[in-house]
Ligand binder design. Structure first.
Ligand code: MN
Ligand code: MN
Length: 346
């Protein structure tokens, strides 16, 4: 049977090479099913903000938002349907999650630029489903806006006439926002999870993995995140995920990723920093570090649970005589097969 190669199965999108949308203090590049047909269930965005700049108050009608901060310090506010507002501060390595429809804003509050990766649990995510506050207010009749905001119609005329999207604000005082009155102060925040502070799963010679599921981060009901650091030559072994699609963003290094879609359909491609990969639910795949430095890769799944079945785990659970029969090879070959889950193989 002929192997169908990667020129017909495209599962790589060069996100950071795409033409960005730019605005006042911000740069954004997005990838949805429109640009990348395989990505039916997850979409992503790479966004930069200048110090003080914000992605204005908005909500998403068709997707929850999960994010990983790569660079800089961020402040977010989010309002929930009970009317509670949560204000959080984020640094590199932190994760946020805003459920579908919750109103939120993102602002870069440090001295340096902010860079973060946004992930949405819907491949159809697009700006068409994003509702911005200035767009809403500028659409309604001025008398309605005046009555709602408690200002005159001539004051309404001073507000933006269309969606602002990015707005340049000031770098706030460190007390701004954190001075918000709270009845029950807590170091634990509903919307923030410090992923890079987590003790990782370590495989000597192979690398490390950090995972945040709904079990660690209760509000994140629909997205699980993983951060892999794979050593040069290391292999995240052949495996699949029974319950979720996989969205990949290469932060650093070089990788070969292989994708198996059954019936001898297979594709492999070479990835570098800024590239996005997509693995449909249940499809077999592997990730090999083909570069000279550590491969750092951010992965998101569209489920609050993490499930994976590794080839070595599967094989090591089966009797040797059965494997001899399945592969039609003698026992001395089967003896060399993995005897336990390998996960990351040096
Ligand atoms: Mn958003
Ligand atoms: Mn995987």
């Amino acid at each position: 049977m002929k192997i169908v190669m990667s020129d017909t199965i495209n599962f790589k999108y060069r996100l950071e090479a795409a033409t960005p949308r730019t605005g006042n203090g911000g740069i954004t590049r997005g990838v949805s099913v429109n640009e990348f047909p395989i990505s039916k269930n997850i979409a992503g965005v790479s966004m930069w903000l200048e110090p003080g700049a914000m992605r204005e108050l908005h909500w998403h009608a068709n997707a929850a938002e999960w994010a990983y901060v790569l660079k800089g310090k961020m402040r977010t506010t989010v309002v929930d349907p009970q009317g509670n507002t949560h204000i959080d501060l984020f640094s590199a390595g932190d994760v946020w999650y805003f459920p579908r429809g919750y109103g939120h804003v993102l602002q870069c509050v440090g001295e340096e630029q902010c860079h973060f990766i946004l992930i949405f649990d819907n491949g159809n995510f697009s700006e068409d489903h994003t509702f911005s506050i200035t767009d809403f207010i500028s659409c309604v009749p001025p008398e309605i806006a005046a009555q709602n905001l408690g200002i005159t119609t001539s004051e309404v005329a001073m507000l933006p006439r269309k969606e602002v999207y990015f707005a340049q604000g000031q770098v706030p005082s460190i007390r701004s926002g954190l001075a918000f009155p709270v009845n029950a102060p807590s170091l634990v925040s509903a919307h923030r999870y410090p992923l890079s502070a987590q003790q990782p799963r370590l495989v000597p010679g192979g690398g490390i993995q950090r995972v945040v599921t709904q079990a660690e981060f209760p509000i994140a009901a629909t997205i699980t995140g993983t951060l892999f650091e794979i050593e040069p030559g290391g292999l995240r072994e052949m495996h699949w995920h029974p319950n979720a699609d996989e969205w990949q963003y290469i932060i650093q290094g070089r990788a070969e990723i292989g994708l198996f879609l059954a019936q001898h359909n297979f594709a492999k491609d070479n990835f570098e920093a800024g590239d996005v990969g997509y693995i449909p639910m249940g499809a077999g795949h592997y990730i090999k570090n083909t570069g000279e430095e550590d491969l750092v890769i951010l992965i998101a799944f569209n489920s609050g649970r993490y499930e994976a079945i590794d080839l070595s785990s599967w094989l090591s659970g089966n009797p040797d005589d059965l494997l001899e029969g399945n592969f039609g090879v003698p026992a001395d070959i089967i003896d060399k097969f993995p005897r336990k889950d390998r996960f990351l193989i040096p």
